[in-house]
Design a protein around this ligand. Structure first.
Ligand code: NAP
Length: 245
């Protein structure tokens, strides 16, 4: 399904990003696994079959590390990445009245500014090379519903969805599709610190009565990366086990 695709995946050292590397490579894509922690990204690459996959160090909140990463892979790939999965994300949870400017800013820098910076760098290369592409951004159900202790995170994820819709309109003329996936609650290191009591409360509300697996998000990423979704752009796909917004 993804033969001939070169997929750059941020946050590839863990959770959904790692699962996306596994599923997209299974479908035939060449993978460039990017993470601020390169050894975690390298461990992801070790899980894949084939020797043409790469890992690269990239802090998505820092434009110079993004350009360094993209230049460093140039000699190893035949063309610019034509699939981008913006998976890097962080939480800095705190109740609103206690939240520091630092906690607010850090989450914005990674989740929203990071999505902007990496998308812009990748899309500029695609437009220059006159190539089509697919950008997949990862928001969250919390961006639709809000969540106590996550005013910063929820605002970034709502922002990712609005950003996606705007950029999709601008890039459609260049044959670059841009879509958002909205995961519900997924079992990854990001949610491993949620107390069991809180997890049980959420599970009770989810129609499928369980958290999702990272692979279940990655399968939808794979569809959006592929030409099977060739008429899908500027939209958001909920992958929430039935949890409605
Ligand atoms: P995860 O397991 O914590 O993975 C996130 C990855 O991003 C980690 O490898 C992390 O590295 C990396 N990262 C953090 N800051 C970075 C930066 N500045 N530059 C590059 N990489 C960076 O989390 P996940 O659950 O897979 O989350 C993936 C995405 O899905 C995130 O955008 C998250 O908001 C979203 N999401 C998750 C859920 C869920 O329930 N898990 C639900 C909705 C949306 P370190 O480990 O070094 O920090």
């Amino acid at each position: 399904m993804l033969a001939g695709k070169i997929a750059l995946i941020t946050g590839a050292g863990s959770g959904i990003g790692r699962a996306a590397c596994q599923i997209l490579s299974r479908e035939g894509a060449q993978i460039i696994a990017a993470d601020q922690n390169e050894s975690n990204a390298a461990q992801t690459i070790e899980l894949l079959s084939g020797s043409h996959h790469l890992s690269v160090s990239m802090d998505v909140s820092n434009s110079s590390t993004i350009s360094q990463a993209l230049s460093s892979i140039q000699s190893d790939v035949s063309a610019p990445p034509n699939v981008l999965v913006n998976c890097a994300g962080i939480t800095r949870d705190e109740f609103f009245l206690k939240m520091s400017e630092k906690q607010f800013q850090e989450v914005f820098d990674v989740n929203l500014k990071g999505t902007f910076l990496v998308s812009q760098a990748v899309c500029r290369n695609l437009v220059e090379a006159k190539l089509s592409g697919s950008i997949i951004n990862i928001a969250s159900i919390v961006g639709r519903t809000g969540n106590m202790g996550q005013a910063n995170y929820a605002a970034t994820k709502a922002g990712v969805e609005a950003f996606t819709k705007s950029v999709a309109q601008e890039l459609a003329g260049f044959s670059i599709r841009v879509n958002t996936i909205i995961p519900g609650f997924i079992d990854t290191p990001m949610t491993s610190t949620v107390p069991d009591k809180v997890k049980q409360k959420f599970q009770h509300l989810i129609p499928l009565k369980r958290f999702g697996k990272p692979e279940e998000i990655a399968e939808v990423i794979s569809f959006l990366a592929s030409d099977r979704s060739s008429y899908v752009t500027g939209t958001s796909i909920l992958v929430t086990g039935g949890l409605a917004t």
